[in-house]
Design a protein around this ligand. Structure first.
Ligand SMILES: [Cu+2]
Length: 273
């Protein structure tokens, strides 16, 4: 059974294996397919039309399935690998071991945002940026620049306390847990972390930065935590909602999985705590 661990607790060997598996998916072309898929959904999910991956109730189950696909791809390279998660409310500075050269590498240089160390630095030659929105072919970051602070534990707590999963109009204007976690409303958790990292992470091609997976694995863990706290609150809407994925409707791009199939993560993986 896959156990997803806090990235801060990984051993040197676990970090090395995770990085190697990611680099192998990049080398064999499978990695870029994930970037392409994510960008296609970012571009097509709209508040007033069809919305599946983002700004809608299915933001959470969609990313759960997307991460499962990626984790299974990693495991096809190295069966011992699981996705780690980054609790950015705790490991909230550029000095966190997450950003060390033996793991994801650090922030970008000030002139052009280019990441200069770690396994994903352009100079290492193993991380070409093929799916991109402009001409720049190197991984970029500017940690803590566009927004100064990552969300605090108290801010996370305030969102976990919300007892309704989602609310009409089921988009970026909604009240409720999903939209506050996603960040279009209120204290802003998920969106703010993308902006704090900067570089490609602040764009539709955000999976170009491997921290994407660790960020979303923690968002996913917060969903699980919310379910534990609100056992009587479930995914909504439950039927007949135009442009929105109801509980028992299948989700693109897979068309073989419904939010209902993804509510219980323990069918697929558990967490270390
Ligand atoms: Cu995201």
């Amino acid at each position: 059974m896959t156990v997803r661990k806090n990235q801060a607790t990984l051993t040197a060997d676990e970090k090395r294996r995770f990085v190697s598996a990611v680099l192998e998916l990049k080398r064999n072309g499978r990695y870029d397919e994930f970037v392409r898929t994510h960008n296609a959904f970012i571009m097509s999910d709209t508040d007033t039309g069809e919305r599946t991956g983002h700004r809608s109730p299915s933001f959470l189950p969609w990313h759960r399935r997307f991460l499962l696909d990626f984790e299974r791809a990693l495991q096809s390279v190295d069966a011992s690998v699981a996705l780690p998660y980054w609790d950015w409310s705790t490991d909230r500075t550029v000095r966190a071991s997450l950003w060390a050269p033996d793991f994801l590498g650090g922030t970008g240089r000030s002139s052009d945002g280019r990441v200069m160390d770690g396994p994903f630095a352009a100079a290492a030659g193993n991380w070409p940026m093929s799916v991109r929105v402009d001409g720049r072919t190197f991984l970029r970051r500017s940690l803590g620049t566009a927004v100064r602070e990552l969300p605090t534990p108290a801010e996370v707590e305030s969102v976990l306390a919300m007892s309704t999963y989602d609310m009409a109009p089921y988009n970026s204007g909604s009240d409720g847990f999903r939209n506050h976690l996603e960040g279009w409303r209120g204290v802003n958790l998920h969106n703010r972390v993308h902006v704090w990292v900067g570089g490609q992470m602040a764009t539709g091609v955000s999976p170009n930065d491997p921290v994407f997976w660790l960020h979303h694995a923690y968002i996913d863990k917060l969903w699980a935590e919310w379910q534990r706290r609100h056992p009587d609150a479930g995914y909504v809407p439950t039927g007949g909602t135009p442009d929105v994925v109801d509980l028992n409707e299948t989700m693109k791009p897979w068309n073989d999985v419904r939010p209902a199939d993804l509510l219980d993560h323990t069918k697929f993986y558990t967490f270390d705590v």
